[in-house]
Design a protein around this ligand. Structure first.
Ligand code: DHB
Ligand code: FE
Length: 280
């Protein structure tokens, strides 16, 4: 049976792609951010997951205001980066796993999460930047991917409580897959940021650190926030944190924090990184 080996959550700020392309990892501005990742890459090298389920939000690329699913999932053989270009070089397509995707879809819909099923899907920085941070140093990506996309663009957004429940259904879906594969669940986005309006540039370190702590030990407490609470405390783009809650909901076993990092500001955002191991 499939096994969930752990969850990783990371911010997905597009400027990171440009920093990687220009080799700025040791630059004083970027170093405290990039220094967070080697322990996570080491853990991945040791654990050797077969598949990454990547929970992220599209930013107007694959879905726009004319058609906006609340939750969408990929069922394609591959996914192409089609972001408008933040400096990353052209990347080969990310391999999918249609058979696993269809199993997840069957299970999620059966559990009353009516996912939009995407047999074609382009991906943006919400998906691409985290994969570059985790496996960008490899010649070829050593995992197959399943993108799970969440609307954080067009209100009303799904509530944190609903997202946490989706995570639980996702965990059940993954673990009922009959093949012996190891799965890592990624939740991307956040933490606090506001890209426009009167509070543009707003970052709330205290709230971010509280979220990073409680998501380990007391995720239910975070699931009680409303989307508007998240906007108030973490800025207009702060609700991207719901992707972290889906990741956390999917971890079904004994959860242990292995590593974390937090650094501000990276671009306009409080950049958080968290690695949680999931033991049976
Ligand atoms: C930034 C952060 C994001 O999550 C995003 O999608 C775009 C930009 C930023 O901090 O610049
Ligand atoms: Fe974003």
């Amino acid at each position: 049976m499939a096994r969930i080996i752990g969850g990783i959550s990371t911010s997905h700020i597009p400027a990171i792609g440009g920093a990687i392309a220009n080799n700025l990892q040791q630059d004083p501005y970027w170093k405290p951010f990039f220094d967070g990742y080697p322990p996570v890459r080491k853990w991945l090298d040791e654990m050797q997951p077969d598949v990454a389920v990547v929970i992220y939000n599209d930013h107007g690329l694959n879905f726009f205001l004319n058609k906006m699913p609340t939750f969408a999932i990929g069922a394609a053989a591959e996914y192409q980066n089609a972001d408008e270009g933040w400096g990353l070089k052209t990347l080969p397509p990310f391999p999918g796993d249609p058979q696993f995707s269809w199993h997840l879809i069957e299970s999620l819909v059966n559990d009353e999460f009516d996912m939009t099923i995407c047999q074609e899907m382009t991906v943006d920085h919400g998906f691409v930047v985290p994969l570059q941070l985790l496996w960008g140093d490899k010649k070829t990506l050593p995992v197959r991917t399943v993108p799970l996309e969440v609307n954080t663009v067009q209100h009303p957004l799904p509530s944190p409580a609903r997202c946490y429940k989706l995570g639980k259904a996702l965990g059940k879906a993954i673990e009922s897959y009959p093949e012996d594969i190891k799965v890592v669940v990624l939740g991307t986005g956040g933490l606090s940021h506001q890209l426009d309006g009167k509070r543009a540039g707003f970052i709330n370190k205290k709230f971010d650190l509280m979220c990073m702590e409680k998501i380990v030990s007391e995720p239910e407490a975070l699931a009680r926030y409303s989307i508007h609470d998240l906007v108030e405390n973490a800025g207009t783009q702060g609700p991207e944190f719901i992707q972290w809650l889906i990741m956390r909901g999917a971890l079904t076993g004994n959860v242990r924090k292995v590593h974390s990092n937090y650094h501000i500001p990276i671009s306009n955002t409080g950049a958080g990184l968290l690695l949680l191991e999931n033991a049976a």
